[in-house]
Ligand binder design. Structure first.
Ligand SMILES: Nc1ncnc2c1ncn2[C@@H]1O[C@H](COP(=O)(O)OP(=O)(O)OP(=O)(O)O)[C@@H](O)[C@H]1O
Ligand SMILES: [Mg+2]
Length: 267
């Protein structure tokens, strides 16, 4: 399963993605959590705090002039899986964590590190490992460039007008990509929900299959402010219970056959 969490800024993508990644790992899956947002988020909800490490620029090499495709490729002898072994950081519950170059770096080294990130994701063998991706807020990051790995796009939707509008735009973007890159499923998770009418609003106004509903829960906010994972500070909280249910649902309905079909068709 390869999931990309998208949605408006502040929707709760990072809070949800980090916990889902760890819960999948607790079920025995080999999980790679990837953050393509230049601002930190996922590392905190995974329980790693703020992480500055990025993939070193030397992971890629520049292609010779005239060679087709992007300017950089993984350095000779380095496979995507080998790069993961070298550069992914260990996170709690056995999750591995990889992040896009952060805003503090700049120029060519940052660009090289970002290309490495992308080429690692594009080069992973199908199905293994499970990938949980946290994308930056909104629609600015052309997301199939950065989430072409995803078989499942989860749109995180707070019950606000802007959150719902953003969700509709993102779902449309996801479904109108060309057939080889489009994810096999696009679903929604209602986030920061205060009551049943919030959930109903998300359901009706997005028209998406809402596979989970995470309540507004002060434990999530408090954990984030401490730089910790809610799983480590409030295991019994309502938000964690909702995220356990969401993880079960995502895992039970993984689009394995569809993915195999898509990748077979694309090769
Ligand atoms: N269910 C929730 N209940 C209470 N607070 C929440 C909940 N979900 C997220 N938050 C808080 O809302 C803020 C935004 O959440 P988060 O960082 O996960 O959003 P995001 O979609 O990743 O945002 P960005 O687009 O900026 O990366 C954080 O302070 C987080 O702790
Ligand atoms: Mg975030």
């Amino acid at each position: 399963m390869r999931v990309a969490f998208v949605g408006k800024g502040g929707a709760g993508k990072s809070a949800i993605a980090g916990v889902v990644a760890r819960l999948l790992a607790r079920r025995g899956e080999d999980v790679l959590a990837v953050d393509s947002d230049p601002l930190p988020g996922l590392s905190v909800s995974l329980g790693l705090g703020v992480v500055e490490a990025v993939i070193p620029a030397a992971a890629v090499e520049e292609k010779a002039e005239g060679e087709p495709g992007p300017r950089f490729r993984l350095r000779r002898g380095l496979t995507a899986s080998g790069a993961l072994d070298r550069y992914a950081l260990p996170a709690p519950d056995g999750v591995r964590f990889l992040q896009f170059g952060k805003t503090r770096a700049s120029g060519v080294p940052l660009m090289r590190s970002q290309w490495a990130f992308r080429q690692i994701l594009d080069g992973l063998p199908p199905e293994h490992p499970t990938v949980i991706g946290d994308l930056p807020g909104g629609t600015r990051q052309p997301f199939f460039g950065w989430a072409g790995y995803a078989d499942t796009v989860v749109v995180v939707v707070p019950p606000t007008s802007a959150g719902i509008l953003s969700a509709r735009r993102l779902a449309k973007l996801a479904s109108t990509e060309d057939a080889t890159a489009a994810p096999s499923r696009i679903v929604a998770v209602a986030s920061q929900v205060r009551d049943g009418s919030d959930l109903e609003r998300v359901r009706q106004r997005t028209g998406l299959d809402v596979v989970g509903s995470v309540p507004w829960d002060g434990h999530v906010l408090a954990a984030e402010r401490e730089g910790r994972s809610v799983l480590d500070v409030a295991l019994e909280s309502p938000a964690v219970a909702a995220l356990v249910a969401l993880t079960d649902r995502l895992a039970a309905h993984r689009p394995t056959a569809a993915l195999a079909h898509r990748q077979g068709g694309a090769s």
